[in-house]
Design a protein around this ligand. Structure first.
Ligand SMILES: CCCCCCCC(=O)CC(=O)SCCNC(=O)CCNC(=O)[C@H](O)C(C)(C)COP(=O)(O)OP(=O)(O)OC[C@H]1O[C@@H](n2cnc3c(N)ncnc32)[C@H](O)[C@@H]1OP(=O)(O)O
Ligand SMILES: NC(=O)C1=CN([C@@H]2O[C@H](COP(=O)(O)OP(=O)(O)OC[C@H]3O[C@@H](n4cnc5c(N)ncnc54)[C@H](O)[C@@H]3O)[C@@H](O)[C@H]2O)C=CC1
Length: 725
């Protein structure tokens, strides 16, 4: 609702729809009624629009998008109505003015903001464009380059930046509402023509066309198949080419295209999925309502390799004092240097960063090789080599040294949390906190509870995720947890496709065209092939412990590809050795070039093993890689390892570069249709009976049998017996 009140000469319209004053049809209706009332009342000389509870508005009500046409259609005319008012209208922006909220403010004649307010047009992030004339008004107010940047990225800008751009007229540190009323009184009687943005020309940029062409290339490159950024661009371009009314018509047309593209639905699903996973619950019924987090006043990180360095950086950025520990002085100095470099880079990105990130102060960040310094910390994150014996040794030590309440976290990528916990005297305080590389950048934190992990430990880890500005997703314990477990069959298929006739660049291209930031082979070269090789050796799948006479392409009766092992035996570890699945310009180089040596090697390999090279089309590449990953997802759900498909999707979008506009793997499966996914898996499984990853999961079959229900109903089809839930 919006509330109308008339004080002296200034009528106040307050947008009211907790928690973020989203613009529902009801709010819009009362906004319109309020404007008309103010217009009709001769004692009202000016109008002030503000939001309830210190927030202007987060924009259109995304939950009400069941009738988006009506909502979109209603907002634009109301913004016009505000602008055409003969009495000055002032927006008092507190908290946030986003999307339709900012468009309402753009219709106002004056904008005044609290210094802590944030503004933006984030529609692009939910697959839309600012459909209430925002793409036409913003460029007229702040110029094309700045408007294009805001509209195509959806970024939120602070009030201070908004002032510099001319988006707001004034910022205040005290009471915004009072300041807005003062301003409204002051401007009574002043001409409104120059304040109506629709009447202003778009400011000229020298060589506008060349500027726009260049900007379009950048927008397309960053969009990776997502339609919204490009259509946002087109709407802004229309503002530079046409009068206001025509630009608005173009904006509406483009908005309709996005609305029916399916991508908007996927992105909105992803928005709510991210919020849904914050409300974690475990099979035993623990949740926020039964568990409070413990405070983390001081933390520790053990192991300052690739992951430890990023984790330390993340903690420092969150202002959590910490101790960083290595096994010896040589590694400590190496780790310290790398951490300091990362922190300096991060500080440079922040305004006043060096002061905010007080990383030179030992009270905030202390480097050591002495475990005794961990006595008083509240939480430890272990990030040493992926080796069970070593992790157990460390956890045993920690349980003797750390204070009784301290939480002991492991950053293992796949190992059994219960086995690690068994080395301690407090298994209820042992938990997996799986960061993703680079840990100070990637948003995902997979939080893995073991058999004995307490609800308090889970709540504390979730709270830590929030403090680090990460998305925490609570999952159960199994080899590879959720993310890596789903990735194994995907990568396995990619390698099998090479055996059968494809090439790394062909497989990567298909998956990058689908929208992944990076295909599986480029990813493997980046992460280092040696990492998986070490793990396979530990598992006895390759290396000296492999029993003599084991068939080259079979392990435990299942198909196995020794290709990655053979590459490692040649010293081809990826970027770090300038050779892997691709060739690089130098060790550590980033530019991947298809490698004739590898192509020749693959041909010889196929000859050796009597494999007939065949042409593999794009559809087969995509389906075998993605459907095997999705199939594993269904198995994970059936086992109760995750409490819903949203969890898997949030993990894939935030940790594995899955294209958000496709909503995550499980959402994608629902859009493809489960009967089709099942039929294709059945087909590939018949062709490759020795590949368990292609054998359709029982849960997928069940969902197809019950008639392909919508994703939000899937979990209700899991019987109590088949699930741990
Ligand atoms: C289909 C066609 C439709 C045609 C309409 C055309 C009109 C347009 O031009 C299009 C628009 O305005 S689209 C909306 C653009 N606005 C946004 O994307 C802002 C989304 N919200 C945020 O960024 C953060 O919630 C925010 C920064 C605001 C707050 O962050 P916090 O971290 O403090 O809090 P959250 O946990 O994210 O949010 C609190 C609760 O509010 C719900 N919510 C947030 N924004 C909403 C919105 N715009 N509509 C409906 N619900 C919304 C959010 O889900 C959460 O609820 P619970 O999950 O129940 O806790
Ligand atoms: N590299 C990656 O992309 C990811 C790795 N992980 C996991 O994170 C953990 C660490 O991996 P990385 O950082 O890649 O390894 P890394 O090899 O880069 O670093 C491990 C560090 O631990 C130190 N270390 C070994 N023993 C120690 C001890 N007793 N006391 C103190 N420090 C000790 C080593 O000196 C080394 O600096 C592993 O469990 C790995 O599976 C998890 C997510 C992603």
């Amino acid at each position: 609702m919006a509330q109308y009140a008339r004080g002296s000469a200034v009528a106040v319209i307050r947008l009211r729809n907790p928690p973020v004053n989203a613009l529902s049809l009801a709010v819009l209706q009362t906004l319109e009624d309020g404007l008309k009332k103010a217009d009709a009342d001769p004692s009202v000389k000016a109008v002030m629009i503000c939001g309830e509870n210190g927030k202007f508005s987060a924009g259109a009500d995304i939950r009400g998008f069941s009738s988006p046409k009506r909502l979109g259609g209603a907002l634009g005319p109301i913004v016009s109505l505000i602008e055409s008012s003969e009495k000055p209208v002032v927006a008092a922006i507190e908290g946030v003015a986003l999307g339709g909220g900012l468009e309402v403010a753009l219709g106002c004649h004056y904008r005044i903001a609290h210094v802590k307010a944030r503004m933006g047009l984030p529609e692009v992030t939910i697959g839309l464009l600012p459909g209430a004339e925002g793409t036409q008004r913003l460029p007229r107010l702040i110029g094309v380059p700045a408007a294009l940047d805001m509209i195509t990225t959806g970024k939120h800008i602070p009030a201070t930046e908004a002032l510099k751009l001319g988006l707001v007229d004034e910022i205040v540190e005290e009471n915004t509402i009072e300041a807005a009323i003062r301003l409204a009184n002051k401007v009574i009687g002043q001409p409104l023509g120059p304040r109506r943005l629709s009447l202003k020309p778009v400011p000229k940029v020298p060589n506008m066309e060349a500027f726009l062409d260049e900007a379009l290339v950048k927008v397309k490159r960053q969009a990776r198949g997502c339609l919204a950024p490009e259509l946002c661009f087109q709407a802004v371009r229309a503002a530079t080419q046409s009068p206001f009314a025509e630009g608005v018509r173009r904006e509406r047309e483009l908005f309709q295209v996005l609305l029916s593209s399916g991508q908007a639905q996927a992105l909105q699903y992803a928005f709510f999925a991210e919020r849904a996973v914050r409300r974690w619950a475990t099979p035993s019924g623990a949740s926020w309502s039964s568990a409070a987090p413990q405070p983390v006043r001081r933390a520790a990180v053990i192991g300052l390799g690739t992951m430890g360095q990023g984790i330390v950086t993340s903690l420092v950025k969150a202002n959590i004092p910490l101790v960083a520990l290595e096994q010896d002085l040589e590694n400590l100095n190496k780790g310290r240097k790398a951490v300091m470099l990362l922190l300096q880079r991060e500080a440079m990105k922040m305004e006043g960063g060096a002061q905010i990130l007080d990383f030179h102060n030992p009270a905030h960040l202390q480097f050591t090789v002495d475990f005794d310094l961990l006595r008083d910390v509240d939480l430890v994150i272990e990030a040493v080599f992926e080796n069970m014996a070593l992790k157990k040794e460390i956890f045993h030590k920690l349980s003797k040294i750390c204070k009784p309440g301290a939480l002991l976290c492991t950053n293992t990528s796949a190992l059994n949390i219960d086995e690690i916990a068994s080395a301690t005297n407090r298994p209820q305080q042992v938990i997996g906190t799986h960061f993703f590389s680079p840990a100070h950048v990637m948003r995902l934190l997979e939080i893995i509870y073991g058999r004995h992990t307490s609800p308090t430990a889970i709540a504390t880890a979730m709270q830590l995720a929030k403090a680090l500005k990460k998305v925490g997703v609570v999952v159960g314990n199994c080899f590879g947890f959720v993310g890596n477990r789903m990735m194994f069959p995907y990568v396995q298929q990619a390698v099998f496709l090479l055996e059968e006739g494809s090439r790394p660049e062909a497989v990567d291209q298909v998956l990058e065209d689908f929208g992944f930031k990076i295909g599986p082979f480029r990813m493997s070269d980046l992460a280092g092939l040696d990492v998986g090789w070490r793990s396979r050796k530990d598992q006895g799948l390759t290396g000296p412990s492999l029993p003599a006479g084991t068939p080259a392409r079979q392990r435990h009766g299942q198909r196995y590809s020794p290709l990655p092992d053979l590459l490692c035996e040649q010293g081809r570890f990826g970027q770090k050795t300038a050779r892997g699945w691709y060739l690089y310009e130098k060790a550590g180089g980033r530019t991947a070039t298809p490698d004739p040596w590898l192509h020749n090697f693959l041909s010889q390999y196929r000859d050796t093993h009597g494999i007939q090279t065949r042409f593999i089309d794009q559809e087969e590449i995509l389906e075998r890689c993605l459907f095997s990953l999705i199939n594993e997802g269904f198995a994970i759900l059936a086992e109760g390892i995750a409490s819903g498909p949203e969890h898997l999707d949030v993990i894939y979008i935030n940790g594995y570069g899955w294209p958000e506009h496709r909503g995550g793997p499980m959402f994608y499966a629902s859009t493809v249709g489960l009967p089709r996914v099942l039929a294709k898996l059945q087909k590939y499984s018949e062709a490759h009976p020795d590949v368990p990853g292609l054998r359709p999961s029982a849960f997928l079959k069940k969902l197809v049998a019950v008639g392909n229900p919508p994703l939000k109903e899937w979990m209700s089809y899991l019987s109590q017996q088949s699930s741990k839930l």
